[in-house]
Design a binder for this molecule. Structure first.
Ligand code: MG
Length: 219
């Protein structure tokens, strides 16, 4: 019983801080994405591809969340955008307070699009609102078609599903139609894109959609 109560208090506190983040982001006219997936689905590669496609059109900043190391921040920094690494030291998700600290070191006046890469995990990050406008869940084809059904909270809370590594479809025993069907079964409003981020396949469609979202937001 007490465990449940503590958890509820933690989540309530996080929701308050997330609301403050959301206000801050709105004040600065920022579109903020919270990118979630299991480890190795391709979040960082998708980030790199997205930055590459959009950096001449919009001002992008990145917050990287990892349990350990700044490997991802170093990768993203090569693209010449501001990046802040959060190391959770074992924590399985980002929290609103960590994001508030991280964006404190960014000049938000100079940013239109903030991309937050969450810790690789399909479970914990679902419960922690960061103040983002949109959760983007990345699922690689190698993970199997049952994942939306097994981890429904993440898919229910996301606005976009990116099915990544579609170039591996000939080599894996997975039905992409089943991935999409299961995802829509959990969340009929999910907007779905198919990508192979390493070769940039499908990235233009995703980025066009994102640009339309940015334009609509700033109109
Ligand atoms: Mg990563």
């Amino acid at each position: 019983m007490s465990v449940v109560t503590i958890e509820r208090k933690v989540l309530q506190k996080n929701d308050e801080l997330a609301a403050a983040n959301r206000e801050l982001f709105a004040r600065n006219g920022l579109l903020v994405l919270n990118i979630v997936s299991s480890p190795g689905a391709g979040k960082t590669t998708l980030l790199e591809a997205t930055i590459e496609a959009l950096r001449d059109k919009v001002r992008i900043a990145v917050v990287e969340g990892d349990v350990q190391t700044d490997i991802d921040a170093q990768r993203v920094a090569q693209y010449g955008v501001p990046v802040v690494q959060i190391v959770t030291n074992g924590g399985c998700h980002l929290e609103a307070s960590l994001v508030a600290d991280a964006v404190g070191s960014l000049d938000l006046d100079q940013v239109d699009l903030l991309l937050i890469e969450n810790v690789g995990n399909l479970v914990c990050p679902a419960n922690f609102d960061l103040g983002e406008a949109l959760k983007v869940v990345v699922l690689s084809t190698t993970e199997g078609a049952d994942k939306p059904l097994k981890y429904p909270a993440m898919f229910r809370k996301a606005g976009v599903l990116i099915v990544n590594k579609v170039d591996l479809l000939p080599y894996v025993n997975v039905d992409i139609a089943a991935i999409k069907r299961h995802a829509h079964q959990i969340n009929p409003r999910l907007v779905i894109f198919e990508t192979a981020a390493t070769s940039r396949f499908g990235v233009a469609e995703w980025c066009d959609w994102l640009m339309a979202k940015l334009t609509a937001g700033h109109a």
